[in-house]
Write a protein that binds this ligand. Structure first.
Ligand code: NDP
Ligand code: MG
Length: 398
């Protein structure tokens, strides 16, 4: 029987993972499930899957979690340290599906003890790619990509030599505003940004798809995971979201990965790797689909892609800074404190400022330094937001 832990079990990826596991419950022992605010869902699934423990990220939700689990014998815990303890439990396969930089430390804890880590949390590689890859190499842990594009590249590379790879092409749906007039983007609302044309995902990644910050993170993720230089990673807008990625070789051949836009494919692939098992995903009828479209992303619409290039050129801790500033910018947009088109300039300003601080981005690789850069970027981003709000108020008064 395989021992499984799911970090971020109450989210979109976590729930899809549970959907697959619950179809064959006798094959798995569930060591731990973790969640955040949704303790009812967490408790329901912990009971359904007979998990050994359930952990919420938030101390103020522990009482509710305990109440929901009372009489079941399932242990309950809360807080960031408890998340790391959950990742430390002896599961052989750990799904890393917490959203944001909060997923880094628990994922690293699982890697440190040599577990297979199915990585949906792309922020881990964006913030700390060299650290994550070094930890996996040191402990012998297997890191399997779950992001659909990276799972697609991983599959297209099976049996190939990296020396023959000329380029990797990641596809992007283009998000909610793909066909909007550029002039309207500044007025886009969080509700409009949170509707994805093809994929059903968590709210944050859906808005990141509209801004292309999601693809910006994924370009960095591909660079870190596959060790491909930035100039050999391309992004193509592909409105149908059926081709997830393509790998171009030196002989001109391009290998593409196609599938329905359903994350249970990439999750199931990582769950059963190196085997392939029957998965409950739709089969494509290519004759019915008939046409696939591709186009280059317009930089005026998707300036976040330029930020990814900047981060890869700069290196060091700039990925952690970009991600943290992006998380603050996204919160501000979701709270209607800034507009949709204000997010990229805010992230850019924070990168500028930390770039000027001597040594801030060039500290040696360790979790403490990554978290320090993350915190510094968050406070600079909040400061910049506060200054902008103050200036606006003043202008309103005068
Ligand atoms: P969701 O927002 O749906 O779920 C996030 C999960 O993380 C929930 O379990 C949530 O708990 C938990 N969580 C939120 N904040 C914290 C915190 N501070 N500490 C600990 N746990 C926390 O996200 P998704 O499932 O969409 O995405 C998860 C990860 O997978 C992201 O990194 C995303 O980029 C990546 N990914 C997602 C894809 C998708 O299709 N959804 C595709 C490819 C990658 P709760 O909800 O209980 O508060
Ligand atoms: Mg993706």
């Amino acid at each position: 029987m395989r021992r499984i832990t799911i970090l971020g079990a109450t989210g979109s990826i976590g729930q899809s993972t549970i959907d697959l596991i619950a179809r064959n419950p006798d094959a798995y022992v569930i060591e731990a499930l973790t969640g955040g605010h949704s303790v009812e869902t967490l408790a329901r699934d912990a009971i359904r899957l007979n998990a050994k423990c359930a952990v919420t990220a938030h101390a103020d939700r522990l009482q509710d979690l305990r109440a929901a689990l009372s009489g079941t014998g399932i242990a309950a815990a809360a807080g960031p340290a408890a998340l790391i303890e959950a990742a430390d439990r002896p599961a052989d396969w750990v799904m890393s599906a917490i959203v944001g930089a909060a997923g880094l430390a628990p994922g690293l804890a699982a890697l440190k003890r040599g577990a297979t880590l199915a990585l949906a949390n792309k922020e881990s590689l964006v913030c700390a790619g060299p650290l994550v890859m070094a930890e996996a190499a040191r402990s012998g842990a297997r890191l399997l990509p779950v992001d659909s594009e990276h799972s697609a590249v991983f599959q297209a590379l099976l049996g190939e030599k990296m020396e023959s790879v000329e380029r990797v092409i990641l596809t992007a749906s283009g998000g909610a505003f793909r066909d909007w007039p550029l002039a309207d983007l500044a007025r886009a609302t969080p509700e409009q940004a949170a509707t994805h044309p093809n994929w059903s995902m968590g709210q944050r990644i859906t808005v990141d798809s509209a801004s292309m910050f999601n693809k910006a993170l994924e370009v960095i993720e591909a660079h870190e995971y596959f060790g491909i230089s930035p100039d050999r990673i391309e992004v193509l807008v592909h409105p149908e979201s059926l081709v997830h990625a393509l790998v171009g070789h030196v002989d001109g051949a391009i290998l593409a990965h196609l599938g329905a836009p359903d994350m249970r494919h990439a999750i199931g692939y990582a769950l059963h790797w190196p085997d392939r098992c029957d998965l409950p995903v739709a089969r494509l009828d290519l004759a019915e689909i008939a046409t696939l479209n591709f186009r280059r992303p317009e930089m005026a619409r998707y300036p976040a892609l330029e930020i990814a290039q900047r981060v890869m050129q700069r290196g060091g801790l700039s990925g952690a800074v970009m991600n943290a500033a992006k998380e603050v910018a996204l919160d501000a947009f979701l709270d209607r404190r800034i507009g949709f088109t204000d997010m990229v300039p805010l992230v850019s300003r924070v990168l500028d400022r930390l770039d000027r601080d001597s040594g801030a981005l060039d500290a040696e690789w360790c979790l403490e330094h990554v978290l320090a850069a993350d915190q510094m970027a968050r406070s600079y981003a909040s400061e910049a937001l506060g200054a902008a709000a103050g200036a606006e108020q003043k202008a309103g008064i005068s």
